[in-house]
Design a protein around this ligand. Sequence first.
Ligand code: SF4
Ligand code: SF4
Ligand code: SF4
Length: 263
Amino acid sequence: MTMSKPRVGIYGLTSCAGDQLAILNCEDELVSLAQALDIKSWVMAQSVNDEESPLDIALVEGVVGTERDLETLKDVRERAKVLIAIGTCAVWGGVAAMKNHLSRERMRELVYGAGAEHIDAQKALPLKSVVDVDYELPGCPIEKHQFLTLIGSLLHGDLPEFPQVPVCSECKMNENECLLVHHGQVCCGALTLAGCGARCPSLNVPCVGCHGPVEEAHYNANYRALRAHNISKDDIHKRMGIFSSPAWMPKVLVQDESLGREA
Ligand code: SF4
Ligand code: SF4
Ligand code: SF4
């Protein structure tokens, strides 16, 4: 079914707003986007917003980290035909989920000092742990070309299928010298979903996994390769846990990770 002028809402839960900013940064395409979409709500970009109408598409950034996030997300889910998680936080918990390892009390004390009042901060959860999500577009922030492809597909009543391959594939296509194999650096490219064009290793910076895990990643093989370069277990686990809370990683990664920890 082709949608004509779909009603769209763009929302930010607990987040850095980087994914919404990535949309705003589509400068050359913004006018076309505004013409093609009936943007009902986008607090970051417009001052008059409609929070009552049904939506054809809701794009939601960030984690569910507060009671207010939960209410917003449930309301948006009820009103939207298609709900899309944008950004690694919304898809995997992202950097926000790193705080899940600390108790609320300890976190409050560390941030606000002893004796601080109650703060509305829960565990940081990806959207799919709370509501049904129709499509996920990871990235920290999302990639502009993927976002525009997504919108183009939605306008034709479809959803895009991006290649489910690791960053290493794009790195090899760029003919980069491998930072892990040749330089012993902790590069997470083999575990991370492609889409960025291997941006970091192409600039001689190891991948830190900001697109989240790729399906069927071989954690153990990667782990052994890193260990062979005398990179400590702590360094490996810290790096790999930055953008993807283990609680939400694909099962194979979690199982392999626990094996890796025992090695
Ligand atoms: S995925 Fe990255 S850019 Fe998006 S909200 Fe999270 S930290 Fe910000
Ligand atoms: S540098 Fe990183 S992304 Fe590139 S091939 Fe090596 S491990 Fe993969
Ligand atoms: S190379 Fe890795 S860290 Fe860099 S943008 Fe791509 S997925 Fe993110």
